[in-house]
Ligand binder design. Structure first.
Ligand SMILES: [Zn+2]
Length: 105
């Protein structure tokens, strides 16, 4: 919310109807806890009562240091799909970010 309040002016925020958040599976954020935190902030900020909160889990991806191949990590196997070398070069899955905000017309 604080990020959004810096990003948009108050008038715009009053027409906000939805927030889409991407949460990486390695970010250690429990979607349910995030949701609870959001609900709690609702109590203090009644003006966001109509805002829907969407959480999308983001898969883990690594990029191989040797061949640059990008692999979807499954079951925490950090191995390149292409050359089978181990890699810890995580390019997606650790972050939490707001990727879309919806406003009423
Ligand atoms: Zn590779």
């Amino acid at each position: 919310m604080r990020t959004l309040e810096q990003e948009f002016d108050a008038e715009k925020l009053n027409t906000m109807t939805g927030i889409y958040v991407k949460v990486g599976i390695l970010s250690n954020i429990e979607p349910r806890l995030l949701y609870n935190a959001y609900e709690a902030s609702h109590m203090m900020n009644p003006k966001y009562q109509n805002v829907k909160f969407h959480i999308e889990m983001v898969e883990l991806k690594i990029q191989c240091e040797s061949c640059d191949h990008i692999t979807d990590v499954k079951k925490y196997r950090f191995l390149c799909d292409s050359c089978q070398k181990p890699s810890k070069n995580i390019i997606q899955g650790e972050e939490m970010l707001i990727h879309k905000v919806e406003f009423a017309d």
